[in-house]
Design a protein around this ligand. Structure first.
Ligand code: THG
Length: 367
């Protein structure tokens, strides 16, 4: 085994010490930070998320803050989704595109107030991008990365755990909506969100010095429901059809190709970055789309991240971008980014480590 050299390039999460104490065994990097990806019991961690409640260090979901008189204007320039009806306290899933309509990130946008927005970003540097755009458009807005670090409580029992900490008002939160609150003097934002389809909350810690205390509050409160550590779960997210930017996308991917069409509004003004390219892509029809793939291999295959060719009648039609063994379907499943000529029901083959594996394209999500 190898170890990782600590340095300023790998910024520690406020929950780092807590995850060590929980017995974290694996990490990945994301936004120049370490994110826990396993605590040594993949099966237990999966079922805890499906049937119970799971506590995640997702501080890597960094916030790019837009603050000032032109914050709303900048948000709308960056996101090709109509934000006029977005209320304070509301979040929305938005694509961020470049001028060619290529997807640069897929954050949740949170409207903190009329002059403050957060982009809760995936793994690419939107801070640079937003700062450059703000300067080029001569906007009166400050772009920064505030001291904000999300921790997720996910799973069907998360409502009970989070309500036991904050009160029953959290049960009334609508999807992606949030409220500022505090617990034992620790300032937080409580949102109904999280990168699973099992229900849950994200508690955004607003004081990085209080990570251990916040972690312990939930660890204690969750005991009656058997809370335990977990992380954004590869198996569950593929079963549920959640997109991983950078994993399921490449340098040519536009939002239409990865099922984000419903999160865009094409009648926005041409001030919005990428809007003209997106209108054109929409008019011509995207070349690829994202489908599910079920493979015939009986035994669990190695999870993949190296894109494998998907073949139809001897020709390459696209790529298998990620795959995993579904514990609920007991099948090897994955995401296929394939030509729009290919449709659910098509029988295909995947070239994998010198083998040609039989599979079938299906609609997403799997579950
Ligand atoms: N929470 C927070 N920040 C994040 C993520 C998160 N930043 C990184 C990454 N995740 C951003 N990407 C996504 C991708 C999908 C979803 C959320 C963030 C998601 N999608 C649902 C779906 O596709 O079914 C619902 C979308 C909708 O209906 O509007 O939840 O998880 N803080």
């Amino acid at each position: 085994m190898f170890s990782i050299t600590p340095s300023a390039r790998l910024r520690p999460s406020p929950f780092y010490d807590s995850t060590l104490k929980e017995g974290v065994r694996e990490f990945t990097t994301y936004n120049n930070m370490l994110m826990p990806t396993g605590y040594g019991d993949p099966e237990g961690e999966y079922w805890r998320l499906i049937n119970g409640v799971s506590q995640w260090d997702v501080a890597v979901e960094r916030q790019v803050q837009l603050k000032g008189p032109d914050a709303g204007k900048l948000a709308q320039i960056l996101a090709p989704r109509d934000l006029r009806n977005c209320k304070t306290g509301q979040g929305k899933y938005v694509p961020i595109c470049n001028h060619d309509g290529i997807l640069l990130n897929d954050p949740i946008l949170l409207k903190v107030d009329e002059q403050c927005y957060w982009l809760s970003i995936a793994d690419s540097n939107i801070w640079f991008w937003a700062k450059a755009v703000a300067s080029e458009r001569r906007l009166d807005v400050e772009v920064s990365e505030p001291d904000v670090s999300p921790m997720a409580i996910q799973g069907p029992k998360s409502d009970d755990v989070v309500a036991s900490v904050f009160g029953d008002w959290v049960r009334e939160l609508k999807y992606f909506w949030f409220r500022e609150s505090s617990i034992d003097g620790i300032p937080v934002v409580v949102a109904r969100s999280g990168w699973s389809k099992q229900g849950g909350y994200e508690i955004y810690l607003l004081d990085g010095s209080q990570g251990t205390r916040l972690w312990d509050i939930f660890r204690e409160a969750g005991k009656p429901w058997d809370i335990g550590p977990g992380n954004p779960n590869l198996t569950e997210r593929i079963e549920s059809g959640l997109l991983s930017w950078g994993g399921d996308t490449d340098e040519q991917t536009n939002p239409f190709e990865v099922r984000m069409g419903k999160y865009m509004d094409l009648d926005l003004s041409d001030e919005v970055i990428g809007i003209e390219a997106l209108q054109k892509i929409h008019a011509e029809g995207p070349r690829r789309h994202q489908l599910g793939l079920i493979m015939e291999e009986e035994e669990p295959m190695r999870p993949g991240f190296v894109w494998n060719d998907i073949m139809f009648e001897g020709n390459k039609i696209g790529d298998l971008t990620n795959n995993v063994w579904s514990r609920r379907l007991e099948k090897n499943i994955g995401f296929a980014l394939v030509s729009t000529k290919s449709q659910p029901g098509d029988e295909v083959r995947v070239n994998r480590e010198g083998k040609s594996i039989k599979g079938k394209l299906v609609e997403l999500p799997f579950l």
